[in-house]
Design a protein around this ligand. Sequence first.
Ligand SMILES: [Zn+2]
Length: 375
Amino acid sequence: MPYQAFAGEPAARSAKASPADVRRNNRQIIFNLLFPTNQFSRAELGRQTGLSRVAVSDVVGQMLEEGLLRETGQAPSAGKGKRGTLLSIDTDRLRIISIDLTQEHLLNGAVTNLLGQPLKRAEITLNDDGDVSAQIIIELIEKMLGMSDGEIIGIGISSPGVVDNGVVRSSTMRGWRDLDLATPISDHFGIDVTVTNDAISAVLTERFFGQGGPNMLFVRMDVGIGSAILVNNRPVIGEMHAAGEIGHISIDLNGPLCPCGKRGCLERYLSGNILKTRMENASENQRQEILREAGLHLGQALAMPAGLLDLADICVFGQPLVVNDVFLEATQQYLDAATVSSFHKHTVVRRCECGPDIIVQGEAIAVILHYLATK
Ligand SMILES: [Zn+2]
């Protein structure tokens, strides 16, 4: 089943939709309205979805039983009729195991609630070569299963690289090609496993818990550089599941050699690690110049997609040593010069403020979306 975020259109009207499809669809719509922290009565959910009172009450009843929703008190009186009971996402019962594969020397994971908030954490440190196998991931999950105080509805793995249906097609950072992570891990535990590209996991956190709206270009600068594009609330996946993989697009065919085999990849100029190394022995002035130059490169790389897709919000996640005012001002300056016109409004570049849990939280959200789309 392809990765689908924010699925759920008003009740399926196609003649082919089975009652189970309609019910699943209605569940997604109601969950989306309440996620992450809204509270509505059944009557209000009916008004917002256009579903009948019977349909809402049927679906809500099932979701309460399942542990997805809970009743949280009385709605304020609307003047006439009896006051409705408010519903919200239940954070007490169901749990998710979420794993972050994006750190060089560390595997870390968390048991989260249905908002993706970490409740318990576990880590495994990696050898110097940073090798990760499905077996090490299984060890980490085994540790975490013992920590969970609720039923696990799914395991999520956030990986760098191109991810297609549970298989990492390629990851330069991990040195993987066509590595199936979902099958061995779900076979081992008998639990559904979702694998998501790291930038997509991160953009989900930014969308629900940060400042991001339904349309944004999200950039993650860490060991490498990756991006995710959210259009009308849906992450763009792409024909080859590689949308947002800007790190290995060359901006100079004669530039420095990259481990991927090409020359002048964007990552050679903009990875957080490379910039940190370059700044290590530099003077304060030189550091500012390195960051300014890198910021201009990012602006150059993003001006075209921002204009092409008419995106006004660019959110950059990365260490403060790199993604700071000097860097972002240079990116903004380039974008203003390249894109502002009478028909293209100002694209604003800003720093992502979601913090270090952005990947585990976003991956947990990906698991919930997968669960709602399939169960
Ligand atoms: Zn490359």
